[in-house]
Design a protein around this ligand. Sequence first.
Ligand code: IVH
Length: 703
Amino acid sequence: MEIEVDLLTKEQAKAELQRLVPALAAADIAYHQKDSPEISDAEYDALKRRYLAIEARFPDLKHEDSPSQKVGAPVASGFSKVKHAVAMMSLGNAFDDEDVFEFDDRIRKFLNIPAGKSLSYTAEPKIDGLSLSLRYESGRLVQAATRGDGETGENVTENALTVRDIPKEISGAPEVLEVRGEVYMSHDDFAQLNVDQLANEDKLFANPRNAAAGSLRQLDSGITKTRALHFFAYAWGELSAPLATTQAAAIDHLTEFGFSTNPLTKTCVNTGELLEHFRDIEAKRALLGYDIDGVVYKVNDLGLQERLGYRTNTPRWAIAHKFPAEMASTVIEDIEIQVGRTGALSPVARLKPVTVGGVVVSNATLHNEDYIAGRDSNGQPIREGRDIRIGDWVTVYRAGDVIPKVKDVDISRRAKDSKPYEFPKKCPECGSDAIREEGEAVSRCTGGLICPAQAVEKLKHFVSRTAFNIEGLGAKQVETFYADGWVQEPADIFTLPVRYGDGSLQQLKNREGWGAKSAEKLFSAIKERQNIPLNRLIFGLGIRHVGESSAMTLARHYGSWPNFSSAMENARDHSGADWDALNAIDGVGAVMAAALVDYFHQEQTRAALDRLVQHLRIETVRPPSVEGSKVVGKTIVFTGTLEKVTRAEAKAKAESLGAKVSGSVSAKTDIVVAGPGAGSKRKKAEELGVEVLSEDEWISLIA
Ligand code: IVH
């Protein structure tokens, strides 16, 4: 029987504290380091409350490592964070032969390589596991990190050290070598693991990839050690010296260092050979013994890779050619309308659940009104004009990780009394009119801020991985917080710790599904995200037509929040110098410019935005690898014919050096690079006294 704190003698209190301190400490370790809490959040809270009450009554008994002395919150996850020296990118996708030809064409155009000239690629399986970056210094494995959001991953060094395929020491390697590849589990080991899990009444894994991820992300490396994990090396990050001059030779070096590299890697001299190898790998797929979901093509010449560089998140020099999606037949039980953050009404088919490629599918997108009716955006028939109705049999497929799609409809199985689907004219969430503008494929809810669906979707977008990425605050939490009136707009997220933290009337930790730990974790994740890079903020606002890469373009162009927001304000009449400058940014079109300016001009939106930025410390965006660059922050205009590189390459290069590329010359232009045939822009530059360089002068400036 526990004695009430008020009735404890000092001796008893002392004994109690001596019991409580280690109990709390053990619970902390189990929770934070082992990911296997031994007591419930409620029990933990009870212990802690009792501890604090005793301490409050007998202040002189305060223990050295009293839980009340622990300032700040624990790290947001059990692993420490690792900032990648070189970001971990993802890959663009090709779904058919045509996409592969286009990939080759784009590269040739960018580099100005004529169709007749050979261009080699490597082709290798795309492993369906999780990517890992291994850092070697002086030949020793010093760090292993997961991909995370591409910029920051989790430190899983202890666990990586238990994976047999991963060399712990290598010889003959550069001083700094980051090897990247995929951790995966074989089919046999996956099956055995689930047998063991079942026997131990532990949770089963859905597929080998989840099993590999779950095994690598164990807080106890002792558990990782018992799991049969493998690793294929296929890329690299930071290097103190180049590995080779071609992709194929670099991979050979990795093999020599002791890494497993995929035996189906092949050098191909044209797209025909790529596709041939694709079909060969596809034929072997079922017998490989591990999951692959496509073939990755990479430009073989590393010099060309360097010239091609990166878009926001993907290299221009590589692509993943995905295997065709598996199809399945099922019935549409209902058609529901979802309202997105910009008010777009999206029809979703609710399906009788069916397994497609190992995953149970119960929803599929129907895109828009025309798609359901059997027309494309130009009014031309699709599916030979067959419409889609509730009750219809359809074939569905999954392409990548996105929401499944409907391939076709089988009207021979259609019920006699079925009726065409009628697309709603009102928003199903707020009842406002839904309007489809001339030339638009989508209908939009006109409810704006009064539409709860738009508000929730905006919040979901705001917290999403590529925007604010607040750990512990996902779509689910946003929905319940919104429903309960805790969070109505982004600014409210940042006041959650004050409104629902320790000492407040209502506390997050007392909510169903939450506890002291999880609440503290969320609060610390929120505080962490008060520091936010400008591009993530711009993207997170969810302005129509402003995607991740446009947000980056804008952030690089304007540099700081005050610059950006005052320019948007000044441009409110769609005229003037700031309006012209916005429209001149390469990658910003008239539609996006209008959406941006109107967003800032809308009174209520603007007020909500002001409330939000009060809580933030907005980081200026650092252009990539600009060390030694002479053009950081400068505005460049290319005009006339460039003879050494294509316009696209010149632009990409300038941007990678931290410059902004603009399409028109103004007083803000720093350099005009004029090739033969340059006309009015060159003239204007001369009038304004802007520096004019020839292509050769430009090349030597950036060399
Ligand atoms: S190359 C700069 N090669 O696919 C891009 N990636 O969808 C470097 N992946 O995040 C990646 N097999 O985790 C590359 N043979 C392979 C791969 C591969 C699997 C994964 C990787 C990446 C994802 C992109």
